[in-house]
Write a protein that binds this ligand. Structure first.
Ligand SMILES: NC(=O)c1ccc[n+]([C@@H]2O[C@H](COP(=O)([O-])OP(=O)(O)OC[C@H]3O[C@@H](n4cnc5c(N)ncnc54)[C@H](O)[C@@H]3O)[C@@H](O)[C@H]2O)c1
Length: 428
């Protein structure tokens, strides 16, 4: 075991996924000792073998984390007794009734409790509804005899990372911090000032939680709005992409959002439902969220209907071959959670359509118990499918080849914009 020589500069990060691992990297860059914990042993094993499981990390990046000599990992929580700060970045999914499922968050707190020491700071980063830290976490810690704000410090600081995007580095994204007490907030600010270029203290944990919910809810609603505008524009033979481009020339008051195959991932389609659930406790019905969810859920079927309309109508569906480009929920990452591509492909397969896919980030996927493998994107493969459907606009896709060799393209992301085509591109 590596000896922590500077307790002041030591953190434990619980949950080494899309959020946790980049945070590990940043703390190591700032000379901290980091103890990473994950209950998924397959991830720990990969890290031990210096193998990456995230598209934003190469194997070399993983090796570099360990070369600092300050990175330890494990499935066991006992080492947290040696660190100053515990940061929780575990999943906050929905249960089978679309209600918040805080099992992982509560599990990480309960597993930490036996090893907690007075003076430690706990930071929760997982996305959740306003009130979680105060109503669900604080009482559990208090029950164990800790006085929050005196001998244990508790803050909520939402993670705002955007995996796959290279423009903004993690440390450049301002960090919101809201504590249970002012002393808690001060402790959080003091730590994160050493890591992030800007910290934004807010008056409570609840405000910090609500900030994250509002950020993600406005994306769900606005993207769903554009998907509604898209349906109308299609009926009226208007190019919605051209409309958004034109509207974006307004220097104020308009923020462009784009239509697409539907919103996926573990944040935008999920967080607003956390808020919806919480609002119901105050007898507030957040109707825009419900409607937007409905619009979003309908998108894969909407795509199928549009696709059927553009396919040659003399060919029976069981003889049609579709090539899907990109199956992750957004570009340049390997995350397929809640990806609309999976539902789209599932629906096509259930209609006996032959479906292949190409995704440089996902080698294989199981849909309806059927294993599919990403195919090579050569001229013959592109040409042999009746239609290529672009669902995710990854950067490293040869779009000109697709436009040149595919008999027909259904482009749901405007990814072929700027490529010359022979009138064979149908935009969503
Ligand atoms: N992925 C994003 O773009 C993003 C952005 C901002 C916020 N978030 C939020 O951050 C949180 C984490 O998301 P993620 O995408 O990193 O998820 P993830 O699934 O990639 O990573 C979470 C990790 O936590 C581990 N884990 C689960 N329960 C655990 C436990 N009890 N103890 C230790 N480890 C445990 C899992 O094995 C997994 O490796 C979620 O609340 C999510 O909504 C995600």
């Amino acid at each position: 075991m590596i000896k922590i020589n500077n307790r002041e500069k030591s953190v434990s990060i619980i949950g080494l996924g899309y959020v946790g691992l980049p945070l590990v990297q940043l703390f190591l860059e700032k000379n901290y000792y980091v103890y990473g914990i994950d209950i998924d042993y397959s991830k720990i094993e990969k890290l031990i073998q210096r193998k990456s499981y995230l598209s934003d990390f190469t194997d070399k990046d993983i090796t570099k984390l360990f070369e600092t000599g300050r990175f330890m990992i494990g499935t066991n929580y006992d080492l947290i007794k040696h660190v100053n700060t515990i940061i929780i970045t575990v999943p906050t999914p929905l249960d089978h009734e679309n209600n918040p499922n805080l099992t992982a968050l509560k599990h990480s707190i309960n597993s930490s409790i036996p090893y907690l020491k007075k003076g430690q700071l706990i930071i929760i980063e997982s996305s959740t509804y306003p009130g979680t830290t105060e109503e669900e976490i604080k009482p559990v810690l208090e029950k164990k005899g800790f006085k929050i704000g005196e001998d244990l410090f508790l803050v909520y600081s939402p993670e705002r990372i955007d995996p796959g995007q290279k423009e903004y580095k993690l440390q450049d994204v301002p960090k919101i911090i809201g504590g249970i007490t002012n002393r808690c907030t001060d402790k959080g600010v003091k730590l994160y000032e050493t890591i992030f270029n800007q910290v934004v203290p807010v008056s409570s944990a609840k405000v910090a939680e609500m900030t994250k919910m509002v950020e993600n809810t406005q994306r769900l609603i606005n993207i769903s709005l554009m998907n509604e505008m898209l349906a109308l524009s299609d009926k009226m033979n208007i190019n919605i992409w051209e409309v958004i481009e034109a509207a974006s020339t307004k220097p104020y008051g308009f923020t462009p959002y784009y239509p697409g195959p539907g919103i996926g991932g573990h944040c935008i389609p999920i967080d607003p439902l956390y808020l919806l659930w919480k609002a119901r406790q105050s007898s507030i019905d957040l109707q825009l969220i419900s409607v937007s969810k409905q619009v979003n859920d309908n998108m894969p079927m909407y795509l199928i209907n549009r696709l059927i309309k553009i396919l040659p109508n003399n060919k029976p569906l069981n003889l049609v071959k579709i090539l899907v480009i990109g199956i992750t929920y957004k570009k340049n990452i390997n995350d397929v959670r809640e990806s609309p591509a999976l539902l789209f492909m599932e629906k096509l397969l259930s209609m006996d359509v032959k479906v292949d896919y190409h995704d440089p980030y996902v080698n294989q996927i199981t849909i309806q118990d059927k294993k599919l493998f990403s195919i090579e994107l050569n001229k013959e493969a592109i040409n042999s499918h009746d239609c290529t459907v672009i669902l995710t606009d990854h950067q490293n896709i040869p779009y000109q080849n697709i436009v040149d060799y595919s008999p027909m393209i259904f482009d749901t992301r405007n990814a072929t914009k700027g490529f010359t085509n022979k009138g064979n591109v149908f935009l969503l």
